[in-house]
Design a protein around this ligand. Structure first.
Ligand code: PEP
Ligand code: MN
Length: 281
């Protein structure tokens, strides 16, 4: 049984045989057998805090430093990000620790500016249906991490990827970040089944964001490991030196110690998968 999508309506995202898109940025590859670890604060807060976080990412063999500079907040009264000042801080921290960087783009008018500072563009859940924005990032030469809309089906999410690819940019990384369901115990319901469903029909890499996927920091370690065991090409984690003091998404942010243990376990699981100890059938 195949993932239920209308195959005739796609030109770019579907796989024809067993091909896989492996995205190479500098010395990092996304989509091969080594899971990529993307970590950082929800929002960039200060130069020192992003440097401390970058050190923690590097020290645990993470690959990509994340941090929002333009924040799409539910309330207009919440912190909206440090904008270009934050991008500068992110770039300095990435360069110091030799990490790739990623940040969210929320507006077409910011794309050129953001491209000067980071390696990967992130499209957030609220903009997955912003087709003009998708078309514009599709014209750039930076890879795009496309989060699943919080109410989007897998087919709608793949159509969003199709918009980016149809504008010329073939380097799309899908990111499952939880969807809205009737459940209220968690912020979102992480749809682990999206991993095999995407893998079945698409050649694109898929990573998982268990931080937004649960909204609960205590659940992040097990959901991270479930994602890796389930075949995800990597994870994106919100981390902070003092999670309780994080300006945004503090409840779902893990500290450096937890991050370190999570990274050790990611390695254990991915090595077991490489040794073929597990067979997904
Ligand atoms: C984020 O990564 O900080 C973010 C806002 O994510 P999402 O778009 O998944 O809510
Ligand atoms: Mn966040």
């Amino acid at each position: 049984m195949l993932t239920k999508i209308n195959k005739d309506k796609f030109k770019h995202v579907l796989k024809l045989n067993d091909e896989k898109t492996i995205i190479k940025i500098k010395d990092i590859t996304i989509g091969d057998e080594n899971p990529v670890i993307i970590a950082g604060p929800c929002a960039i807060e200060s130069q020192q805090s992003i440097l401390d976080i970058a050190y923690a990412v590097k020290n645990n063999n993470g690959h990509i430093l994340r941090g929002g500079a333009f924040k799409p907040r539910t309330s207009p009264y919440d912190f909206q990000g440090l904008k270009e000042e934050g991008l500068k801080m992110l770039k300095i921290a990435g360069e110091k620790y030799n990490l790739l960087t990623i940040t969210e783009v929320i507006s077409i008018s910011d794309i050129d500016l953001i491209c000067q500072y980071v390696d990967i563009l992130q499209i957030g859940t609220r903009n997955m249906h912003n087709f003009d924005l998708l078309r514009e990032v599709g014209k750039r030469d930076k890879p795009v991490l496309l989060k699943r809309g919080m109410s989007a089906t897998i087919e709608e999410w793949l159509f969003a990827a199709e918009y980016i690819m149809n504008s010329g940019n073939k380097n799309v990384i899908l990111c499952e970040r939880g969807i809205r369901t009737f459940e209220t115990a968690t912020r979102n319901t992480l749809d682990i089944s999206a991993i095999p469903a995407i893998k079945q029909v698409s050649h694109l890499p898929i990573i998982v964001d268990p931080s937004h996927g649960s909204g609960v920091r205590e659940y992040v370690p097990s959901l991270t490991l479930a994602s890796i065991a389930g075949g995800a090409d990597g994870v994106m984690l919100e981390i902070h030196k003092n999670p309780d003091e994080a300006i945004s998404d503090s409840m779902q942010t893990i500290n450096f110690d937890t991050f370190s243990k999570v990274c050790d376990n990611i390695n254990l699981i991915s090595n077991a998968l490489k040794n073929n100890s597990f067979n997904r059938g």
